[in-house]
Design a protein around this ligand. Sequence first.
Ligand code: HMG
Ligand code: MG
Length: 283
Amino acid sequence: PLPRQVEIIDVSPRDGLQNEPVLVSADKKKELILRLSKAGFRRIETTSFVHPKWVPQMADAEAIVAYCNQLGITYITLTPNLKALERALAADVPQIAVFIGASNAFNQKNVNRTTDESLAECEPLFARAKQRGLFVRAYVSTVWHCPYQGAVSYEEVDHVVKRFAELGADEIDLGDTNGQAHPQEVFERCQSLKEAYPRMPFVGHFHDTSKLALANVYAALLAGVDRFDASTGGLGGCPFSPGATGNVATEDVLAMLDKMGIHTGTYLDAETVSFARSLSTRI
Ligand code: HMG
Ligand code: MG
């Protein structure tokens, strides 16, 4: 049976904008966040404490977080390493996200570490975050395919998921980073993971490079996944995944779920979708 209720986490301020070549002002990002909070999203992924050298678009993370705290919303920020976690703690964020590629090749391009080196770095990071009471979202990137290595095995994915579960991840986010997965393999892998980790909340994070992201959301729903990341206007991409396009468009997921009678508690107006799209020079 399909879940009757689904959480959509809008990631457009982070994944949507991180790869945007033209700098978007903090004021415009704040307007996007305000609009999304009014649309009823319970959580929004708003920024990343990454070094501006690697992701210049996220250089205003501190200002964005101060605004989120002022709004009183629940939001997620990316923390690629301990330094990022310290910045996040100083800024008083409620939820952080770590990310590791199941594919070693991708992880090396993305964070300059092997998958195992990143897993080892996660130990003190989780310990400190948990000690401070933070909710930890743990992303596994390249769950099905990798832009550098090609197919990714279940064992490679499980290696990361298992460690995240041991370290105390509050949810595990399954990334089709370069948007190459198809619904059948999404269904199978989600089903296997849900069987192996029955108490772990899984999130689906589908990029739309092959135009299958919405179909992949449906496939994951059939496997019982009931949390999905999506990006308003379909904005986004990862600077370290060449050619990958944005996440599945939030408005498309909401429209599909609404027709299917699945509750999300969210209403996204057309004006917000156009506003989000106006921030990107790529769509
Ligand atoms: P490194 O060069 O190995 O870093 O990069 P390092 O630890 O050696 O530090 C180098 C310098 O950067 C030092 O400064 C650090 O202090 C500084 P220096 O001593 O030279 O003056 N530094 C920082 N400054 C500010 N904030 C920080 C920070 N960290 C170090 N957080 C590193 C390793 C991870 C830092 C780097 O490779 C990196 O940041 N990569 C970017 C990764 C990224 O943001 N990728 C995009 C997001 S992931 C994604 O989009 C996928 C996802 O959507 C899911 C999916 O689709 O699958 C989540
Ligand atoms: Mg992504």
